[in-house]
Every structure is written in C-alpha cells, then in structure tokens.
Design a protein around this ligand. Sequence first.
Ligand code: ADP
Length: 263
Amino acid sequence: MSTMLEVTDLGHTYPGKDGPHTAIDALGFTVAAGELVCVVGPSGCGKSTLLRTIAGLVTPSRGRVSLHGTPVDGVPADLAVVFQDYSRSLFPWLSVQKNVEFPLRSLPRAERAARAAEALTSVGLEGAGRKYPWQLSGGMQQRVAIARALAYRPALLLMDEPFASVDAQTRFELEDLLLRVRREQDTTVLLVTHDIDESVYLADRVLVLSKSPATVVAQLPVELGAERDQITTRASDEFVELRAKVAGLLQGTPAPAAEPATR
Ligand code: ADP
C-alpha cells in the first residue's frame, strides 16, 4: 500500500500570555492509502492541533507533513475535514443540497448535483436535499457534513471528534455509516477521538498519544476484520483486550503486550 500521509518530527508551540505552550512534540507516523487510523489521547493533549496542522490550518513550529509525497504548505486541495460541531460547519441559509455542493463550485452544475445526490444517498439522506440544516436532527446534520466531505472525494478525510455531539444511539449509527462508506469508497481516514471504545471499533490502527505535549506512545493494529458490529464486535475478546491495552497506555501503565510503532 502506498503512503498517503507522512508526519515527521512534528511539533507546535503556541505563543501565550503566560509564555509559550508546546501542544505537540516530535510526532511521527504514516497513514497508508485506504487505511482508517484513529488517534486517541487525553483531552487537551494536542489532538486538534495535530489535525489542524495536517489540514494546513496551523503552520507547525517544527517538522513536516506530506500528503501523497507533497509537503503540506497551506490547505491542501484534496483534503476534507469533518468537525465535531456540525451546527457551525453547515451554512444555515443554504439547503442541504447546496451545502453539499458548496466545495464543488469549480465543477459543472450537472456534475455538482449528481455528486451531491450520490453522497446524500450514501449517508441515507436521499430526498433531504431541499431541506435546510436547521430542519434536521443533530445526527442528520452530521450526516450532511459527512456527505459534503465525501462528495468532494478527498485523498484524505480528517475527522475531529465527529460523533462527540450526538446521542449514543446516533453515534453508533454514524460509526457504522463511516465504516460502510469507507469500505465502499476506499477512503483514507484519520479520525481523532477521546473515546477509547470508538477508536478500537473504527480503526485499522490506533495511534495512542501521551498527555500534552503529545507524542506517539504506541501504534496498535486492530485485527477485528472489515465487518464489525456494535454488539458482537464490542463484546469480543479481541475488542476487550485492545480497549484495555489502549486504556493502560493512556493512563501511563505499560501494557504487557503493547506493540511498538509498526509503520
Ligand atoms: P485536544 O484536541 O487534544 O483537546 P488541543 O490541540 O485543542 O487538544 O489543545 C492542546 C493544547 O494547546 C491545550 O493546552 C490548549 O489549551 C492549547 N491550545 C490549543 N489551541 C491554542 C491556541 N490557538 N493558542 C494557544 N494555545 C492553544
């Protein structure tokens, strides 16, 4: 598999009133094309800073980010980001269809419409194109945000706590939706979460970060197969074991069988 994302010796220090604050330090990892990698770490450890740096929204103080071999310098054209707060990422004055079409402005109108309709269907919102975001539930609005990202067909989809603002049942549905569309479309995904169970349930590999300033503590391959199920997968021995391993690493307790960095 080819390398989609390469993060090398990445560090970022914010200037602050009380002196500089290093949010991330000496971070290094890669993501292969087609892989779904979850980044899990304690609150405030620098996960969003990492994602914003990869998205070109923050210029790192140190190190490098490359997207399919090209150094990231500004916001890359073939990258999409889904944030936690759907209410602020969708335009309330545009219909659902127009929201999804928004990043496709450079395409001919018919292609824009076709791609948006396809993306809305893939997230189970066919027929909702004429509605406005505020007419939809929170879970449906986040589906629109995901559809907008998918319609763009990004080389890399970045997700920052994308399911943290919805109720537990909707969260499960959206997790399964992500697994399905990623299988169907072979999307490369880097997803940040503070939820250990979610990281194990979704990922091909879990990247565990330390407390601030974040460094990579371990990378754990998740061998739960492509077909996962909220009830049986979460109850399986492999899942329970991995979840304990991640929890141990987050608490700073060395897990006996923890894998060293694999890629
Ligand atoms: P996480 O996403 O893991 O909760 P963040 O990346 O949001 O962590 O933040 C990491 C650290 O950097 C925190 O201590 C936070 O207060 C600080 N931080 C984040 N953004 C800024 C900023 N724009 N200016 C100064 N400090 C910041």
